[in-house]
Design a protein around this ligand. Structure first.
Ligand code: BES
Ligand code: ZN
Ligand code: ZN
Length: 511
């Protein structure tokens, strides 16, 4: 599907369907008759609101088929709720609701009236970005593994949504709005790439395939790509990553992506992502119910890969490094056993008291690597780390930990802009105390009851050198099956959580 931003009257698009946004007061937004030549469309809204067919609440879409309005065959009205509550997120949801309704109604071309929508948010750039994200994220479907069956009654592709026009009849506003559309497009494509990786089942996304797909995606971009194999990982003495990998038939990979778009003298911001391509739990095996969801256990890795692709495409002046330790966690005669002790790259010894707490083990080596090989300006990690985070926050918020007040501000502002909700959780010495080992320096599970997400973060903190700014994101709840909350995500499947927020964090990093 093409998304086209044009500085011209709506009618010149010759699109089949006109898309109008309306508030719950029954008023069209982003569209005034004087500037757009839209009359009958506005009348439709007025009448439908008056007779109660259209409430124009958030997430509502009403389709008027064959109404022949203002040069369009059909009109779609999308509700945005209360006018005073309209912000970037409301537009993102509205655009996604629109694209889903257009697809359902088998519309082929549509024009969104966005004439004055730019005045509803901070600026036209942010409006353009939110609308583009809503459209492109909302349109996403994972169908790589479906065989294409031709429906006898429906010639394939004839009713595909082929093009959406964003028409804004004011050259300078359209330019600003259009630059937002371009940014939103890049961010959405990176998010959809991360979703593709997440949705791929374990047998279609081994650590080797993950590395290959990341490398292919980075081709043509100024990103230096490396994927270390087992020999090199052994050479680096990453005992925890190797320990988790011991039960798997698949070779582990340690993915390194470097984008140096900033000044030579700028230290890099390092993003680390958990790349567990399937988490069976290992010898401490998981119950079978919903175990298939553990193919999503690499979504932290997908998030940071997506983020660096977007940052490189946007040519941001920042130095950024992505590290993804990747392996399966499987039971076998060779697998790591409860009680086994592993030695991390930074020399600390770890008792594996539950082989299912493997994410923190592979991240321990990646964080050690980040501290040993670079001079990080900051380290950010993302992981589907704990079921406890899902219990605490559901699929609404990602949990995060950060002790640096300045960095915290940047994180919160990036989250605000991207619309990805995050909730700060506590990390204090008590949790670190819980992670002390009996026979080794550390245990990979806590000795005290409860606080599982904070304990996980406390364990990770032991692999980040003193004085380095660090933030940990637990995306266990937000990484998949979030479409029931956010119209631009799929009902089932990976959400691409944290790609847009991390890209924003990198964009803002040197400001
Ligand atoms: N990948 C899981 C965490 C997870 C569970 C994410 C459910 C999303 C949904 C992780 O590797 C894990 O199994 N963590 C354990 C840690 C525990 C043994 C300390 C958990 O949360 O149960
Ligand atoms: Zn696990
Ligand atoms: Zn896991």
């Amino acid at each position: 599907m093409k998304l086209t931003n044009i500085a011209a009257p709506l009618s010149t698009t010759k699109a089949q369907t006109l898309v109008l946004f309306a508030t719950q007061e029954g008023k069209a937004v982003g569209c005034d008759a004087k500037n757009t030549g839209i009359n009958k469309g506005l009348e439709l809204i007025h009448k439908a609101h008056a007779d109660g067919r259209l409430k124009a609440g958030a997430k509502e879409a009403v389709f008027f088929r064959s109404c022949d309005a203002d040069g369009f065959s059909h009109v779609l009205v999308v509700g945005l709720g209360a006018k005073e509550k309209i912000n970037e997120e409301v537009l993102r949801v509205g655009a996604a609701v629109a694209v889903k309704a257009l697809t359902k109604e088998k519309v082929t071309t549509a024009a969104f009236c966005v004439q004055s929508i730019r005045r509803l948010t901070k600026n036209a750039v942010e409006s353009g970005r939110a609308i583009a994200e809503g459209v492109l994220l909302g349109k996403y479907k994972y169908s790589e593994l479906k065989t294409k069956k031709k429906d006898e009654n429906e010639p394939a592709n004839d009713y595909e949504l082929a093009e959406i026009f964003l028409a804004l009849d004011d050259k300078s506003a359209s330019k600003l709005f259009g630059s937002g559309v371009d940014i939103g497009t890049i961010l959405s494509e990176a998010t959809n790439f991360a979703r593709d990786l997440g949705n791929a089942p374990g047998n279609y996304l081994t650590p080797t395939i993950l590395a290959d797909r990341a490398q292919t995606a980075a081709k043509g971009l100024p990103i230096k790509f490396q994927a270390l194999g087992k020999k090199e990982i052994e050479g680096l003495k990453m005992g925890c990553l190797l320990g988790v990998n011991a039960g798997s038939e698949q070779e582990p990979k340690f993915i390194i992506m470097e984008y140096f778009g900033g000044k030579k003298s700028d230290d890099p911001i390092i993003f680390v992502g958990k790349g567990l391509t399937f988490d069976s739990g290992g010898i401490s095996i998981k119950p079978s119910a919903a175990m298939e969801e553990m193919k999503f256990d690499m979504c932290g890795g997908a998030a940071v890969i997506g983020a660096i692709l977007a940052v490189a495409r946007l040519k941001i002046k920042v130095n950024m490094v992505v590290l993804v330790p990747s392996t399966e966690n499987m039971p076998s005669g060779a697998a790591v056993k409860p009680g086994d002790v592993l030695v991390a790259m930074n020399g600390k010894t770890v008792e594996v008291n539950n082989t299912d707490a493997e994410g923190r083990l592979i991240l321990a080596d990646a964080l050690s690597y980040a501290c040993a090989k670079y001079k990080p300006a900051a380290i950010v990690d993302a992981a589907t780390l704990t079921g406890a985070c899902v219990v605490a926050l559901g699929n609404v918020y990602a949990g995060f930990f950060c002790k640096d007040p300045k960095f915290l501000k940047k994180i919160q502002s990036a989250s605000q802009l991207s619309g990805e909700r995050i909730w700060q959780l506590p990390l204090v010495d008590e949790y670190v105390e819980d992670m002390k080992g009996t026979y080794a320096d550390l245990s990979n599970i806590g000795s005290a009851k409860g606080g599982g997400s904070s304990q996980g973060a406390a364990f990770l903190s032991q692999f980040v050198n003193e004085g380095i700014t660090w933030a940990h994101f637990d995306i266990a709840g937000s990484a998949w099956h979030t479409g029931n909350r956010y119209a631009y995500n799929s009902d089932k499947g990976a959400s691409g959580s944290a790609v847009r927020m991390f890209a924003q964090l990198a964009i803002d990093f040197n400001e």
